[in-house]
Design a protein around this ligand. Structure first.
Ligand code: NDP
Ligand code: 8X3
Length: 261
């Protein structure tokens, strides 16, 4: 908790699921953290801010609307970020991400390809590129990227999503190796099945289809992953948990996707 005290932490996709739980977990671990909460749905972020306020009077919260799939919006965000938040940035959690559909190659809408790549890959890279000069200036900082089992074990119907997450994995590993002569850490957390809004987004709002994914199984919760993200962030400076694969104990791999067509 002491290591995270007064740390400035930027979370993308904080309006729901893993990102939202991660914000709460940071505050539960260190009540005086400084959180920059970002996502497209500002009203959800404001609700989260109010919830955090009930947990801690000491936490500082900055809510910023940000669409990481839009390079112009990323540029605007960094330009408008108040200097007292920018220069103190300690931890970037690149969590924003999404999946659309289960279509097979040949039937995938170009729009779905673009939204997954621009959010999960280009957005994550751009946010990292903006944070790195800040971290290099003070020779410290932590980047935690949310990958997925899908990046390690591609499945039918997941060609685009799985390849975006493989890209996250490769990007993180190159970055980590580029940074070995610095005190900056890069780490990847790869969850298995987590019950969030992820499947609702995948099935374009069809809650019944989304619920069916989790019927008869016990998925992870956003909190389960949040605990790991905060643990990674809170290690001693010389410790980098470079890579983490996290399943619910009943899950063997990404197989859930083809067990239930
Ligand atoms: P949710 O759908 O619950 O949350 C996704 C978050 O990403 C939301 O806060 C959403 O906010 C944000 N987001 C989506 N698109 C954008 C965008 N263009 N700009 C900014 N924020 C965006 O799903 P999860 O919590 O499950 O997903 C979080 C991460 O975890 C993702 O990267 C996902 O791929 C990964 N993951 C999820 C797994 C699962 O089984 N759930 C397993 C493995 C990895 P908003 O809509 O307000 O912009
Ligand atoms: C989410 C894991 O296998 O449901 O990243 O696509 S999976």
């Amino acid at each position: 908790a002491q290591r995270l005290s007064r740390k400035t932490i930027l979370i993308t996709g904080a309006s729901s699921g893993i990102g939202r739980s991660t914000a709460l977990e940071f505050v539960k671990t260190a009540s005086d953290v400084r959180l920059i909460l970002t996502a497209r749905r500002q009203e959800q972020l404001e609700l989260l801010k109010a919830e955090i306020r009930l947990l801690s009077a000491d936490a500082e919260i900055l809510v910023q609307k940000l669409d990481v799939s839009d390079p112009a919006d990323i540029k605007r965000f960094w330009a408008e970020l108040p200097v007292e938040w920018k220069v103190t940035l300690d931890i970037l959690v690149n969590n924003a991400g999404l999946v659309k559909g289960l279509e097979h190659v040949g039937d995938i809408a170009e729009e779905d390809v673009n939204v997954m790549y621009s959010t999960n890959v280009a957005g994550l890279i751009s946010m990292t590129q903006n944070a790195i000069p800040i971290f290099k200036a003070k020779n410290s900082g932590t980047i935690i990227n949310i990958g997925s089992i899908a990046g390690r074990e591609p499945y039918p119907g997941g060609s685009i999503y799985c390849s975006t997450k493989a890209a996250v994995r490769a990007f993180t590993e190159s970055l980590r190796k580029e940074l070995i002569n610095t005190r900056i850490r890069a780490s990847c957390v790869d969850p298995g099945q987590v019950e969030t809004e992820f499947s609702v987004v995948r099935f374009r709002g069809d809650k019944e289809k989304a619920d069916a994914v989790y019927a008869g199984v016990e998925p992870l919760t956003g909190e389960d992953i949040a605990e790991i993200v905060v643990f990674v962030a809170g290690r001693r400076e010389n410790v980098n948990i470079a890579d983490t694969l996290v399943f619910p104990s009943h899950q063997g791999g990404a197989a859930s996707m083809y067990r239930k067509p």
